[in-house]
Design a protein around this ligand. Structure first.
Ligand code: ASP
Length: 437
């Protein structure tokens, strides 16, 4: 059995939904379908989820909800009409209920979820599949934490009752008391993976609008080569570092059950896309892909005899813990330690961070450097092979890029370097030329 998740651009209009249905009907194994809310039809278009969140926010400032929701509802009415199913779904009654629901919600999650819900209802009606509401099968704790094991139990029970075709909205679920909660943005990928695990799918097909993963960001490298195969661990590294084809958390449910993920393109269904597989892949590629992110700060802490001070790292990290701040890397020397932290984590708390560190560990020197970029060069192929790091550093020195930090875990799955933000594009191109082109 296959689980298919279709993203926002696949669900954007009546025309694209017809393509989706064609893909589903072309393979009898495609019986469990998870969908996103309608996304953009053209570059300046607005995603339904964004419009819903905007309606929630504006209504809280006093703008009447009915007017805010009208364009959203119109889009669904249009899709239903294009599909010829206007008589099969009582949209006016559902819209009425949604308006009341949003007005009564204390948090934005209910509003955010309605795009997926309506999208799934329409596709179910068009295909003649059963609509199964995600609130029945995806469980969150009252504080919004996803409860993976409980979800797996209830989803398995509910979904194994129907093997003739179901459509499930992605992105959300509910608490035991019935309150709607969502994953973070792009979370329908996670929902698809949850369903794949629950029904023990042979494969999780994730249908999007690109031909899978590329070896580098196409906005930086000209025409980067595609990645035909990838391991879960390589995927995790690449997507965490910014290769955003899939939600980074969508791997965990399928990884537990050893289910392969196939990234496919709704608009080019014959393209094999990228296959993501468990285990370590045997192939002759040294490097699988390159990814990176800008927007990091380094905080260098120097103190003589740091290496003798028992508990130094604990005291330093407790400052971060108290500020509820996470860090990316912590390279250290004998008397130095450097924290690499994302700008988004620091927010407006730089003063508190510096003050906290001074108080906790009394450093001799504390130096902050901003505008750093991190670049991960990822691939199982580099394990046990001497020379990868040397080639990487030579490639960077050849184009005059100074490396500010190096981190290679002993798993030898990746080498991460920090460079100045202005060198970011140049560095990625140099690494690409060295290993991939
Ligand atoms: N519709 C949601 C979003 O725009 C979730 C998803 O598409 O995966 O983030």
């Amino acid at each position: 059995m296959k689980v298919c998740k279709f993203g926002g651009s696949s669900m954007a209009s009546g025309e694209t939904v017809k393509r989706v249905a064609e893909i589903i009907r072309s393979d009898e194994e495609r019986k469990y379908i998870v969908v996103s809310a309608p996304g953009k039809r053209f570059k300046e278009d607005i995603k339904i989820t964004d419009s819903l969140l905007n309606a929630y926010r504006e209504s809280r400032k006093g703008t009447p909800l009915a007017g805010l929701l009208q364009p959203i509802f119109d889009r669904f009415v249009g899709i239903a009409a294009d599909l010829g199913i206007s008589d099969k779904v009582d949209l006016p009654a559902i819209f009425h209920e949604i308006e009341e629901g949003i007005a009564a919600s204390p948090i934005p999650d209910y509003a955010a979820a309605q795009g997926e819900r309506l999208s799934a209802m329409l596709l179910a009606a068009y295909l003649g599949y059963e609509f199964v509401d995600a609130r029945e099968i995806v469980r969150f704790a009252e504080d919004g934490q996803f409860n993976a094991e409980y979800t797996n139990d209830i989803a398995r029970k509910r979904l194994s009752a129907n093997t003739s075709g179901v459509v499930i909205p992605g992105f959300y679920g509910s608490t035991s008391s019935g309150m709607i909660r969502t994953f973070s943005r792009g979370g329908s990928d996670v929902s698809g993976a949850i369903v794949a695990r629950a029904i023990k799918a042979d494969i999780y097909e994730n249908w999007t609008d690109v031909n899978g993963f590329l070896t580098a960001d196409p906005r930086i490298v000209d025409n980067p080569k595609p990645i035909p195969e990838l391991s879960y661990r390589e995927l995790r590294e690449l997507s965490y570092m910014g290769a955003n084809v899939l939600h980074p958390e969508s791997i965990f449910p399928v990884r537990k059950a050893n289910i392969p993920i196939n990234i496919k393109n709704t608009f080019e269904p014959a393209n094999p896309g990228t296959m993501i597989l468990p285990g370590v892949l045997q192939h002759d590629r040294l490097i699988t892909g390159i990814a990176g992110k800008k927007g990091f700060v380094s905080v260098l802490i120097e103190k003589s005899m740091m290496n003798n001070e028992i508990g130094f790292t604990r005291k330093l990290l407790s400052v971060l813990e108290n500020l509820n701040m996470s860090f990316e890397h912590l390279p250290s020397g004998i008397d130095t330690m450097t924290l690499i932290i994302a700008d988004t984590e620091i927010g407006g708390k730089m003063q508190d961070l510096v003050g906290g560190i001074r108080e906790a560990v009394s450093p001799d020197r504390l130096e902050i450097q901003s505008d750093l970029a991190l670049i991960a060069t990822v691939g199982h192929g580099m394990a046990y092979k001497p020379g990868t790091a040397s080639r990487l550093f030579t490639a960077l020195s050849r184009v005059g890029v100074n490396i500010k930090m190096i981190d290679q875990g002993s798993s030898e799955l990746n080498i991460i370097v920090a460079v100045s933000g202005e060198d970011y594009e140049k560095a990625i191109n140099a690494i690409y030329e060295e290993f991939i082109n």
